[in-house]
Design a protein around this ligand. Structure first.
Ligand SMILES: [Fe+2]
Length: 171
């Protein structure tokens, strides 16, 4: 598998149960494109080494994205976001995140690449490639990022180059 669509970074030490508990509180959801988003307080993320590295290097925020049960977020490229780092919190529930292998996104039939999220695992995500999320029986929660300020235009390629040359090499 090439890194064109996503890149598996590594596992996380975050307590995902605490994030899911935060997600399940009814309050505090805001609209974010077609998703609902809930900001994650710093104290729930402090223990993770990779997130500490991200915070030192980039201007970055963290939130939980929600898609309701039995719904989909159809083919799109993200608006402002050129890349993101994602961790699926509801692994084991039935959902798919797929990329379109036709870079134009215009073909009626086309190949797909499935991002089969593993538990407690971070992935860099190429949000400039058309992608779709299909979700089934329960609400789906993803920990995701937004690069801001001086890093708002950070590209997927630059992000994974930084991760490979600086983060992974330093482990
Ligand atoms: Fe997206």
């Amino acid at each position: 598998m090439s890194d064109d669509y996503y890149y598996k970074i590594g596992t996380s030490t975050i307590d995902t149960n605490k994030l899911i508990a935060l997600a399940k509180e009814e309050s505090l959801w805001n609209d974010y494109y077609e998703f609902k988003v809930k900001k994650v307080p710093d104290e729930l993320l402090q223990e993770d080494f990779f997130i500490s590295w991200l915070r030192k290097k980039y201007d970055i925020g963290f939130g939980i994205l929600k898609i309701h049960a039995n719904s989909c977020y159809p083919w799109h490229r993200d608006g402002m976001r050129r890349t993101a780092i994602n961790m699926l919190l509801t692994v084991g529930s039935h959902s798919h995140c797929i990329f379109n292998t036709d870079p134009t996104g215009n073909s009626f039939t086309h190949g797909i690449v499935d991002l089969a999220y593993e538990p407690s695992t971070f992935y860099a995500f190429n949000t400039t490639i058309p992608h779709e999320v299909i979700n089934f029986e329960v609400d789906r929660y993803v920990l995701s990022t937004e690069f801001m300020g001086k890093n708002v235009a950070l590209s997927y390629q630059q992000l994974i180059n930084d991760i490979k040359s600086e983060y992974l090499r330093g482990l």
